[in-house]
Design a binder for this molecule. Structure first.
Ligand code: MG
Length: 180
């Protein structure tokens, strides 16, 4: 039996690109604890993520230093319902070059397959996850922080999840290989 996959969402550099990547990205001034954060968000991306989850049976989850603020400040502006939150703040740091979120993600996923959209991932994260007990199939989608999440990134994720659901790549942790 296949467990329901997860789609992990970063905010800064993914849903909030460094520059106004499309005309649909609107600027929002979000005030938290007296500080103002200028955030660029596209509601189209919220719809796209909901469609991805619907089409693949995946669950959307926040994996961002915004933590619970993602549900109050980011999700509603994207048309997303409240989502589960992976606690990633307050970490002492990396042990082997992996991102500070990666150990929290490894614990949270508890063997469920997952796609992770983030702009700070690299080979150290892949190596950490592939050898970590209890981590199953996963796809890291390294997003360019200048443009944020693209349609190509979403398609990549959707294709991987669909192939997995079809049993193309039950054992691996990479994108499926074409049949010989
Ligand atoms: Mg980021």
């Amino acid at each position: 039996m296949t467990e329901r996959p997860l789609v992990l969402l970063d905010v800064d550099g993914v849903l909030n690109p460094a520059r106004r990547a499309t005309l649909r990205h609107r600027r929002h001034d979000i005030v938290l604890d007296g500080r103002t954060f200028r955030v660029l968000l596209s509601a189209r991306q919220g719809r796209g993520l909901l469609a991805l989850a619907e089409a693949t049976g995946a669950e959307l989850v926040w994996a961002t230093t915004w933590e619970d603020h993602a549900n109050t400040e980011i999700g509603p502006r994207l048309g997303l319902p409240p989502l589960p939150v992976i606690a990633v703040n307050g970490d002492p740091g990396s042990r082997a070059g992996e991102h500070f979120k990666t150990r929290h993600v490894a614990e949270y996923v508890a063997g469920r397959p997952f796609v992770w959209f983030d702009d700070s991932l690299g080979i150290a994260d892949w190596e950490y996850l592939k050898d970590h007990p209890g981590v199953g199939d996963f796809l890291l989608v390294e997003v360019d922080p200048e443009d944020g999440l693209t349609d190509g990134d979403m398609t990549h994720a959707g294709d991987w999840l669909a192939a997995r659901a079809a049993g193309v790549d039950d054992a691996g942790t990479c994108s499926p290989e074409p049949a010989p």
